[in-house]
Design a protein around this ligand. Structure first.
Ligand code: ZN
Length: 244
C-alpha cells in the first residue's frame, strides 16, 4: 500500500549497481530501512531528497523485507553541514545515535524533532559544538529510556548542594554529605543543566547557558554517561574525537 510520510535520511548505502538502501527517521514509522530503486537513474531531484541528512516528503510502499521509496521531495537538505568536516562528523555521530537508540517502525516524533533542531543549529553555527553534542547525547538517552535520576540526592533527598556527585553506573546523584566512591564530582550548575536537558520542552532544550568550564565538564560527563549505556562501538564518535 502506497503511503506518505516525512523523514530524515540518516544513513545511505549503495546496493548492487544502481539501487541504494537508506535508513530514515520518519514521522509516522520511526526508524525504517528503505530501498530507493534505480537511485542513479531517477530524476536528480529525487536523488538529493534521499541523500544523507535530507529531510523529505517520502512516498513509499512496503515490499517483502523493506520499504521502497518511489518518490521523494526535499523539504530541507541541511547543505551547510558540509561546511567543514567537524560539523559533518558531529551530524554523523547524531545519526548513529539514532540508529542505536531508536526503534524500528516505532514512531518517535521527539527523536525526529531533536535531530532536526540539532542539524539546524549545526548549520547556523551560533551554538558551540560542545553544547549541541551534550544536549543531543543526554536528551537522546532520555528518549531511549536511559534518563538518569537527577531529581535529588538519592540517599537523603537534598535537592541542591553546591557540589553534587553523579554515580554513572547507578545513574543517580548524591549531595556532598552523602558522597560515594566512584561518583563524579559536579558543580550544581552542571547538574541543573542536565536536569534541564532531560525535561525541557523540545523546542527549548538547547536554550541554556553555562560558563566555558562548566560546558566542557557537561560535555565530558554526558559522553561518559552515554558510553556507559550504549552497547556497541560508536565509530562516528571516535572519528569526531580524532579530528577535534
Ligand atoms: Zn544526600
Amino acid at each position: 500500500m502506497q503511503t506518505k510520510t516525512k523523514g530524515l535520511i540518516i544513513r545511505e548505502q549503495t546496493v548492487g549497481e544502481s539501487d541504494k538502501l537508506v535508513t530514515a527517521l520518519t514521522e509516522d514509522f520511526g526508524l525504517i530501512k528503505a530501498f530507493v530503486r534505480r537511485a542513479k537513474t531517477i530524476k536528480s531531484q529525487n536523488l538529493s531528497a534521499t541523500s544523507l541528512f535530507a529531510y523529505s516528503e517520502l512516498s513509499l510502499y512496503r515490499s517483502k523485507d523493506a520499504f521502497v521509496i518511489d518518490n521523494a521531495t526535499a523539504i530541507e537538505v541541511f547543505f551547510d553541514l558540509r561546511r567543514d568536516i567537524e560539523t559533518l562528523s558531529l551530524a554523523q555521530y547524531f545519526a548513529q545515535l539514532c540508529i542505536f537508540l531508536g526503534e524500528e517502525e516505532h514512531p518517535s516524533p521527539s527523536m525526529l524533532r531533536l535531530m532536526l533542531n540539532s542539524l539546524y543549529l549545526l548549520c547556523q553555527g551560533k551554538k558551540s559544538h560542545s553544547q549541541i553534542k551534550a544536549t543531543v547525547e543526554l536528551r537522546m538517552l532520555t528518549l531511549g529510556g536511559y534518563m538518569p535520576d537527577l531529581t535529588a540526592c538519592y540517599r537523603c533527598g537534598t535537592y541542591e548542594s553546591d557540589i553534587m556527585y553523579l554515580d554513572i553506573e547507578e545513574g543517580c546523584v548524591y549531595c556532598k554529605d552523602c558522597y560515594r566512591n566512584n561518583a563524579v564530582e559536579l558543580p550544581l550548575a552542571v547538574v541543573s543543566a542536565m536536569r534541564y536537558i532531560c525535561l525541557a520542552d523540545m523546542g527549548k532544550v538547547f536554550s541554556f547557558a553555562l560558563s566555558d568550564e562548566n560546558m566542557s565538564t557537561l560535555c565530558r560527563i554526558t559522553e561518559k554517561y552515554l558510553l556507559s549505556r550504549i552497547d556497541g562501538r560508536l565509530t562516528t564518535l571516535e572519528f569526531y574525537k580524532s579530528i577535534t
